[in-house]
Design a protein around this ligand. Sequence first.
Ligand code: NAP
Ligand code: ZN
Ligand code: ZN
Length: 348
Amino acid sequence: MTAVSAWGAVSADAPLAPLTIERRALGAKDVAIDIQFCGVCHSDLHYTRNEWKGTKYPAVPGHEIVGRVREVGAGVTKHKAGDLVGVGCLVDSCRTCEPCGEGEEQFCATQVQTYGGLEKQLGVPTSGGYSRAIVVDEHFVLRVPEKLDPAAAAPLLCAGITTYSPLRHWKVGPGQKVGVVGLGGLGHMGVKLAVAMGAHVVVFTTSPSKIEDAKKLGAQEVVVSTDRAQMKPHGASFHFILNTASAAHDLDLYMRLLRRNGTMCLVGAPEHPHTGPGAFMLLGGRRSLAGSPIGGIAETQEMLDFCAKHGVAPEIEMIPVAGINDAYARMLKNDVRYRFVIDMATLT
Ligand code: NAP
Ligand code: ZN
Ligand code: ZN
């Protein structure tokens, strides 16, 4: 075991502060990573504040990890010392169930999440990337293409894959009108990826100050969702809507914008339940409401390679680790432009 510096919360109402955590000794299939950057996901905030209930304290969040391999176990074949690598939301799964066999570890019933899971080797809760180092089984370590800026690559490990996976699953592409609800960390990646896939993208935001940004990110149209007059002309016109909002709202506001056979996929995971949809909203137009969690390891690698190939990268605001509590406060004011990334060199 190795003691590692980290930042985390000791209770739901405590600010994040320095902590020391233990990382397991390197096993034969393990990769030891020196963490350089960690993105700040709204899930980190939901988790540390116990908004989803069941948080285990001390809670060290962070699942958008990029760093360099320090050392590998004797049986590791995928990575070597010095490689630029990433770790996302998963650090283990059973590897034998049907979803694991199909490369969809995000649906494995015994998956181990990067934080808040159970570290099997030590029998303690897993700790995430707001820390200097991590030890992870090689299967769950991604290759980060050297073409990508390492700091900007970090948010791809959650925000990137969580938006890429449903866009691929629902076969978003040219000739389709696609909506993205909420322009934060996930939303801005949803826009960039859907544009790169060739769709006509419309952003729905509650923040009029983000209109120009949304256009710069590639959206063809921007709608302020609190303005009924702007919403109305889009009725029954969308093939697909990706809803990334972090707070509960009336889903029918967007369901009525789906055309026949259209689908709205929720990726946002608010503390409180949404309202809607009414039955008639679904059966008129044979509309679907769906959800999607992160993505599997193979698809995460595909997404990283897609981003390198198409020049897609998150817009980031770098912060020192001591700035994390201010970053959370801004996140709650919808003032993320468009992903905070912690420079781990500031954690001494
Ligand atoms: P974020 O950067 O804070 O962005 C969330 C955005 O949601 C805000 O910027 C805001 O955009 C919009 N929003 C907030 N309140 C709203 C409301 N009442 N109505 C409509 N829109 C609202 O958060 P994030 O990191 O992108 O995460 C978004 C959500 O996805 C969180 O709940 C997070 O836990 C969840 N998540 C899920 C998965 C998964 O596997 N499915 C993975 C990662 C994150 P505007 O200012 O544009 O309105
Ligand atoms: Zn996340
Ligand atoms: Zn499994």
